[in-house]
Design a protein around this ligand. Structure first.
Ligand code: GLC
Ligand code: GLC
Length: 651
């Protein structure tokens, strides 16, 4: 491929653009298109170049970007330009996120707009509102089975409500994050319906087969996502008399990205939501975007090319909008969703740090940081201008997807250790205070994941039930400890709705036939705002937790060493209960914060002599940013109480 080819094609395309597009003043668009066109063309050609309709599809792609640009408001374009100038804006330590379901936090979108005060009170300035689009009742997968990508679920509100919310957020400098469910549609989506009615064009949007031959071939290498409730990756459609690929639930039809029409249609949807004032798009289940016989159908190279193409196209139309990759995969695969080359292969600016999440839970179960240390040490380096989304809980289950080599290096057997973790968090392990549930036990592989709210997993529920104050206190300390790490690790911390208030498991899903076979609903709570008032009443658990969270967030925002510029150094120490790392200001490296976290219930000490190699004098005096106090220090040792953490600076 030569650039001349792409340029002459670009000229042809510009000549062929619809007159209503050509008439517009879209200079910025042309500049960006020119700058990105070679990349866009090359990617589109690699994916679809063999097709007869390649040029027509390419024209449609450019038209889609142009129409998206024309529809973009002047205000959003201003913000695009500002963000282009300050292109590392999202690496700053000032961002702190929260994820929530609209109806788990408020009555609906309008009511959510009334509750923004809560975000400000806590210090949240990035809100991920979980899927709000139309889904069939009872077959919604919590919003991830979309039947209309442009229509908001009318129980939650209207497009106007969302625009108003976006405006409200913008006024308060809160970023809005929304989902784009890229990998599949509901079987009630118009495209699926047309496919069911026999329209070939729409059957080509999915993976549809007349008999089991190809499906059986695929099955040989594809794992199952929901083996208990939805075994297999294909579903028989009675009306169509065909098999259709359904990796997740049987009502979620996988989109076929080897069809460029699907790509263009989904890009159009991305741009539509970008134009409603969304700052960041969470791209759901991106690991699954490309299906290839003989593979697991996850993390395929072409899935990455699809994302690169989406990024390049979105940058032409709405360059201020960022992507979050939701790829809950092994560390080496996870890192690739940032792109593997900052110049020519950008993908998503932000990615879920599922590895850190799982490692933190390992620390809770084992009361030591051995595996956590290994895992963090071996976390692959990421590109510049890329950042983690660090979280402890979210709306999904916890999978213990660490690297087997790390598990071995920490001294465990991978299979037995994962078994232990599942037993621990489901409360089956002797002495475990956790109240989680086993999610999707796979009989064949022995795999299982865990559902449960953070509070219930760390023993708060058990403590409250038995009125065991010591258990309650420890649970609170663990919640604070876990947050102290996601807030200081480097990346955007993402809190989960309810966790700052210690909300425990919600068992009501069991009475709802649409939810009862999916225990992830146990940790998708509805906030009880009367109870939440307790955050203002001294002596309550809510008060202690909420204020600890609020304080940590405020300190994070003022601590430039907590920004994410590859400015973390893990410290190797000789106490396996502690995790210890140094954060430093990337412009003023002498401004450092030493983060130490004690995963044990018992007091532990850190021998400061071990920090000598990092240029820290063992007799130096420290102050803890969080408590404002000097830590208990004896000789060269600093003492931490059970489940305590420090954010230390030298004085
Ligand atoms: C993502 C969502 C999860 C959903 C799945 C299928 O992983 O987070 O909740 O079940 O995609 O859409
Ligand atoms: C996601 C993840 C998996 C998760 C599932 C649904 O895409 O890959 O870890 O369990 O969807 O919860």
């Amino acid at each position: 491929m030569y650039e001349q080819v792409s340029h002459s094609l670009l000229n042809n395309i510009l000549d062929d653009l619809k007159p209503e597009i050509r008439r517009q003043d879209i200079r910025h668009f042309y500049t960006r298109l020119g700058a990105n066109f070679y990349a866009i063309y090359s990617l589109f050609f690699t994916l679809y170049g063999q097709r007869d309709d390649f040029k027509t599809q390419m024209l449609r792609l450019v038209e889609t970007m142009a129409k998206g640009y024309i529809a973009r408001s002047a205000e959003l374009e201003q913000s695009d330009i500002a963000r282009e100038q300050d292109h590392n804006w999202f690496l700053s330590q000032q961002w702190v996120g929260m994820a929530l379901y609209t109806n788990g936090f408020a009555d609906n979108l309008a009511d959510l707009a009334n509750k923004t005060q809560y975000f400000q009170e806590l210090g949240i300035n990035m809100v991920h509102i979980m899927p709000i689009l139309m889904c069939p009742t009872g077959k919604s997968d919590g919003g991830y089975a979309v039947s209309d990508f442009r229509q908001i679920d009318d129980r939650l509100g209207t497009l106007n409500d969302l625009r108003r919310l976006a405006e409200e957020f913008r006024k308060r400098d809160i970023l809005l994050v929304l989902d784009i469910v890229l990998n599949h549609t509901s079987d009630e989506h118009e495209w699926a319906q047309k496919a069911i009615n026999g329209e070939q064009r729409y059957q080509d949007y999915y993976f549809v087969f007349g008999n089991r031959e190809v499906p059986d071939m695929f099955e040989q290498s594809m794992p199952e996502i929901f083996p208990e409730s939805n075994p297999g990756n294909f579903t028989w459609n009675e009306a169509m008399q065909k098999w259709v690929m359904t990796v997740f639930h049987n009502y979620q039809w996988d989109l076929n990205y080897s069809n460029p029409e699907v790509f263009v249609a989904m890009l159009d949807i991305i741009l539509f939501w970008a134009n409603q004032g969304v700052d960041i798009l969470r791209l759901d289940a991106v690991a699954f975007l490309w299906k290839k016989i003989g593979s697991t159908c996850q993390n395929e190279r072409n899935a990455h090319l699809i994302l690169q193409l989406m990024k390049d196209c979105c940058q032409v139309t709405a360059p201020g909008v960022l992507f979050i990759a939701e790829a809950i995969v092994t560390p080496v695969e996870m890192i690739k969703y940032f792109g593997e080359d900052a110049i020519i292969a950008k993908e998503c600016e932000i990615a879920y740090n599922a590895t850190l999440m799982a490692l933190l839970w390992d620390g809770i179960a084992t009361q030591n940081a051995r595996l956590l240390y290994q895992g963090v040490k071996n976390l692959p380096a990421k590109l510049e201008r890329a950042t983690w989304l660090n979280y402890v809980r979210c709306h999904d289950d916890i999978g213990f997807g660490f690297d087997d080599n790390d598990i071995r290096a920490a001294g465990y057997d991978p299979y037995a250790h994962r078994q232990f973790l599942v037993n621990y968090f489901s409360g089956q392990f002797e002495g475990s205070p956790a109240r989680g549930m086993v999610f999707m036990h796979n009989e064949t592989t022995g795999d299982a994941r865990i559902s449960g709210s953070m509070a219930s997993l760390v023993g708060l529920e058990a403590g409250q039930e038995t009125n065991d104050q010591a258990l309650i206190d420890n649970a609170v300390k663990k919640i604070v400890l876990l947050h102290s790490l996601i807030l200081s690790f480097g990346g955007i911390p993402l809190l989960y709705n309810g966790d700052a208030l210690g909300v425990i498991n919600d068992y009501s899903y069991r009475d709802d036939p649409h939810k009862s076979n999916d225990n992830r609903w146990i940790h998708r709570p509805k906030i009880n705002w009367e109870r939440a008032e307790l955050r203002k009443k001294q002596g309550t658990t809510e008060y202690v937790l909420f204020n600890a969270m609020k304080k940590m967030i405020a300190i994070r925002k003022e601590t430039s060493a907590f920004a994410d510029f590859n400015n973390r150094e893990l410290v190797d120490i000789d106490n396996q209960h502690l995790l210890c790392y140094l954060r430093f200001d990337h412009q003023r490296p002498s401004e450092r914060v030493l983060v130490v976290a004690n995963f044990a219930a018992s007091p532990q000490y850190l021998d400061l002599a071990l920090l000598r190699s990092k240029g820290i004098d063992p007799f130096t005096r420290f102050v803890d940013l969080y408590s404002g106090r000097q830590p208990a220090q004896y000789d060269r040792h600093i003492v931490l109480q059970g489940f305590q953490f420090y954010w230390l600076t030298q004085i």
